[in-house]
Design a protein around this ligand. Structure first.
Ligand SMILES: *Cc1c(COP(=O)(O)O)cnc(C)c1O
Length: 238
């Protein structure tokens, strides 16, 4: 019997979707060099899915809604390092401030002030990344280099002792044009190096370039990513 290649493609897609979290996770881990941190993006997924990835060794997870994160956190093991990757409103910082391990999306001085304030209340230092707008789409949030420089030079920033800036984060344009995506990731890496030189030379903790998602993490790694945020390639489509 002849089987059309279209049919085979379909079967293959179904098979891929049926693959378990364990297999997906192993495949992604294989594809990432040592030294690049894997953040498993579990937004919209049930705690059972997170527990399965945890059982197979994953410890870093990310969510993009404060309330969702706040609800999931107490149901899962305490040694999970929770990252926040969404757009964060100042009045929502309080939900995640007691436990969050890294906030990726800091895109204003006002937000950083709010994080510092909640960190003081919780008697801790909260690690953050500055988010940059590197895509051509205006739907994506983030600072320009000039805005970041203003933030870093501000008196307000100099007085903050409960936030620690650990690097930069960005999202590339959603496009099949690899050259463009590469260029945008390259820009983020260049921004990181400029800020490192100018403001963080003596701070080893300023070391992260968070870039790369399921569809573009290979390109991001080529451009110097230290931290990839991967959801659907591990947990399936949302
Ligand atoms: C959802 C999300 C991801 C993961 O996206 P996938 O394509 O599912 O890997 C990464 N980063 C951010 C900021 C996200 O919102």
């Amino acid at each position: 019997m002849l089987v059309s290649s279209q049919y085979l493609t379909r079967v293959f897609i179904l098979f891929e979707q049926d693959m378990g979290i364990k297999e997906n996770l192993a495949e992604v881990q294989q594809a990432i060099p040592h030294g690049v941190k894997l953040v498993a993006v579990s937004k919209t997924k049930p705690v059972e899915a997170i527990a399965e990835a945890y059982a197979h060794g994953q410890r870093r997870f990310a969510e993009n809604r404060p309330q969702e994160l706040m609800q999931k956190q107490p149901l899962l093991p305490a040694d999970i390092e929770w990252h926040f990757i969404g757009h964060l409103l100042t009045n929502k910082v309080k939900y995640i401030a007691p436990f969050v391990g890294l906030i990726h999306g800091v895109d204003s001085l006002k937000l950083l002030e709010a994080i510092n304030k909640e960190a003081i209340k919780n008697n801790r230092v909260i690690r953050c990344l500055l988010q940059f707008h590197i895509a051509t789409e205006d739907t994506k949030f983030g600072l320009s280099l000039d805005e970041a420089v203003d933030l870093l030079n501000s008196e307000s920033f100099k007085l903050m002792h409960h936030v620690q800036l650990c690097g930069v984060m960005g999202m590339a344009t959603y496009t099949s044009n690899h050259q463009q995506v590469k260029h945008e990731f390259g820009n983020l890496a260049a921004i990181f190096h400029q800020l490192k030189q100018r403001y963080f030379m003596n701070e080893p903790s300023f070391c992260e370039i968070s870039m790369g998602m399921s569809g573009d993490y290979q390109l991001a790694i080529e451009q110097g990513s230290t931290m990839v945020r991967i959801g659907s390639a591990i947990f399936g489509n949302r």
